[in-house]
Every structure is written in C-alpha cells, then in structure tokens.
Write a protein that binds this ligand. Structure first.
Ligand SMILES: Cc1ncc(COP(=O)(O)O)c(C=O)c1O
Length: 391
C-alpha cells in the first residue's frame, strides 16, 4: 500500500503575494454569480478581435506541415527580420536580426526569464512600483532582491535615480523600466532616457525597458523607443509585445531587441526551458508587423473615444485623474477617505464596476485605482452614470 506523500511548495512559491489578477478574477466571478450586470474595467485585455489579415495568415500557415515541427529557439529568421524592418520603419533604429532580436512567447515570458539569465542570489534588481507584478516576482524566482523605485505623481511617475542608495547600487545589476507605463499611463521623454543611459553606464546596470504599450497612443504623439537614444544598445534591451498593438493577447508572441549580450543571455535560458513559438504564429506575427497603419489608427481612434468619455466623465464627477497620452489605462486618485481596496470594493458592490486597486501594483500605488478602457463608449458612459449615483 502506498502512502500519500506530502507535497510542500518551494519557499519561493510560498513567499509569493497572491497574483493580483487571480484575486480580481475571484471578485468578478462572485459578482457575476450574484447576477450583477458587471462593467469590467479591470484587466488590460483588448475586447476587439485580431485584425482579419493576421487571422488569415495564421489559417494559411497552420496548414503547412513544415510549421508543425519544433520551431527554432531564437525564432524564425524571417520573423526576426520582420521585427528589424518594423524597428527601422517605426523608430529609425537598425537591428541585426541574427544577434539583436529574440522572439518571445509573449513579452511576459522574456521579462520573467531575464533575471534568471543575469541575477545571482543576493544581487539587486531595481524595480518600479507601482508596476507590472512580473518584475519583482521574476527577481524573487532568480534569488535576487528587488529594490523598489517608487513612481510618484510629484516626479511625473518617473523613478528618482538619485534616490538609490550606494549600498544598493554596489550590488545592483539590472533595472526594469516601463514607458508608456502600466498602471500610471505616464510617458517618458528623451531627457529621461538620456539620464537613464548615463546612470546605467556609470553603475554597470542592465536596463530592461518594457515597451508593451508603445503603439497604444493618442493625438498622434508617438512614444519613443529607448533604443532611439544614443548609447541605449550599450546598456540595455527593449521588450515588445504583439498583444496590445494587434489585439493578440491570446496568441502569445512578443520579442526583445537591443544589446547582443543581453539578447544572447536570454536566448540561453529559453533554449534550455522552452522550444520557441509555434511557427504558424510567427508567420501571423510577420503579417501583423506589416499591418497598414490605417488599421492601427482605427484601433487607436477607438481607444481615444473611450479615453475621452471616461476622462471627461470622471472629471465631471470631481475625481482627480491625468489624461493619458498612451496606454489604455486611467490612473485615478481615490476620493478622500477611501483606500485603494475600499474604493474598488465600493465601486463593485454599489455600482457593479470592476477596477484594479492601485496597491495591487505595489505599495506606492495605494490611494489610486486603475481603469482599463476595454469596453465600448456606451458602457463607459453607463459606468460614469452609475458612479455618479454612489460618489
Ligand atoms: C507592462 C506590461 N508588460 C508586459 C506585459 C505582457 O504582455 P504579453 O506577455 O502579452 O506580451 C503586460 C501585460 O499586461 C504589461 O502590462
């Protein structure tokens, strides 16, 4: 007779905070179970489908037996070339597709593996907060330590590089940066990136710039790539995603570009842990990167209409919020007397509106909630009307 063994999670897993969106999912399921007509403004998952020409490219590619085999680890050269062509066209940056581009199973995968490639136990990673939760978790998994860089309104939600203590700098090896920013919707300008490159160069810190939202912008103000700034390739790598730009969150495709050593290090981890992206998806990715800008302009206009409706609505209700220039998020200050979680719960229970509490992105996010623009204008207006009755 065998005896049931006790299966004990590793300490690194026990130490994990609950994954924010799993908690939100539970709140959502409970609300829907109670029959509430929920307006879900919590998660940054585009609600409109992947453009048709991309789906068609996938249909064609999936029939091709050559695509049914193990893909190459770094990604098909034709995909990496399409990335280099896109970078040249969009940012006027040259990349060698063989050594400066690696494909990813979504940018989350690459971001998650980055500390594993470069961080030794006890070394520091500089992590912006509030921020994408994967940065500190990936650091923890690699045995590294996160040094939190608060993103505060008074600094335009940019990290204060001078505030990092010397004792941390001595052991700091990597830094995550993310503009256009999730969750604050803030942007970064040329001067910030210039200072960042000087800081990285002086302190020998590898910059990991997460540019997942670079193509979700408004009023024709196109965000910069970190790689457009001279010296960037000496100190860093940039992560991109096809998820938000082309409504492809479920497809799992992204890429990282920039410094050769950083690309090679990430590639080494991937070679040992995964086997690349299904080639048919890479073929669809090539087609996506060639998308006519008019198709993307239509998507951007749709978000802009939603942004304006929600921004105007919230301001009319007396809430404090900045008008985002990019991303599909609004970072909204909680009314006096409410914590992030209290305001989130109030909106859910009293108005059937689900948002994300700001502190879920890190302690400096306390006092804010994040609204995502992933429902049509009609529902946004309905949400504003409902809020008007409970604020
Ligand atoms: C800031 C940021 N980076 C990266 C990602 C990951 O996107 P994906 O793995 O779909 O490319 C997300 C997803 O929400 C995000 O918000």
């Amino acid at each position: 007779m065998s005896k049931k063994i006790s299966i004990e999670p590793a300490a690194r897993v026990k130490d994990l905070p609950p994954y924010l969106f799993a908690t939100i999912d539970r709140m959502k399921t409970e609300a829907v179970g109670k029959g509430i007509d929920l307006i879900d403004l919590s998660i940054g998952d585009p609600d409109t489908p992947t453009p048709k020409h991309i789906v068609e490219a996938m249909r064609k590619a999936v029939r091709e037996p050559a695509h049914h085999k193990y893909p190459s680890y770094a990604g098909m050269l034709s995909f990496r070339q399409a990335v280099a062509d896109w970078y040249r066209k969009r940012f006027d940056v040259s990349l060698d597709p063989k050594t400066e581009v690696v494909s990813l199973i979504g940018s989350k995968e690459g971001i998650g593996h980055m500390p594993l490639a470069f961080i030794n136990p006890g070394e520091y990673v500089l992590v912006p907060s509030p921020g994408y939760p994967v940065y500190p978790v990936a650091t923890l998994f690699a045995g590294g330590r996160s040094h939190i860089m608060p993103l505060l309104e008074k600094n335009n939600y940019l990290p204060d590089l001078n505030a990092v203590p010397d004792r941390v700098l001595k052991k700091a090896k990597m830094m995550f940066v993310n503009y256009p920013n999730n969750p604050t919707a803030a942007g970064a300008d040329r001067a910030f990136y210039k200072g960042l490159i000087e800081f990285a160069s002086k302190n020998n810190i590898l910059i990991c710039h997460d540019a997942a939202y670079s193509e979700v912008y408004y009023d024709d103000e196109r965000p910069l790539s970190f790689l457009q700034i001279p010296g960037a390739k000496d100190v860093g790598i940039e992560f991109h995603s096809l998820s938000k730009t082309y409504n492809m969150t479920g497809w799992r495709i992204g890429f990282a570009v920039g410094n050769k050593d950083a690309v090679a290090g990430l590639g080494k981890i991937k070679t040992n842990l995964d086997s690349g992206i299904f080639q048919a998806i890479q073929e669809a990715g090539i087609e996506a990167l060639k998308t006519d800008d008019r198709v993307l302009a239509k998507i951007r206009n749709m978000y802009q209409g939603r942004r304006d409706a929600l921004y105007d609505g919230l301001r009319n209700l007396g809430l404090e919020v900045n008008k985002p220039k990019a991303t599909f998020y609004l970072w909204v200050k909680c009314p006096k007397g409410y914590s992030s979680m209290e305001f989130t719960t109030h909106l859910l229970n009293e108005a059937g509106i689900l948002t994300t509490p700001g502190n879920g992105f890190g302690a400096p996010g306390e006092g804010y909630v994040r609204f995502a623009l992933t429902v049509p204008v009609k529902r946004i207006k309905e949400a504003v009307a409902r809020m008007g009755k409970v604020l």
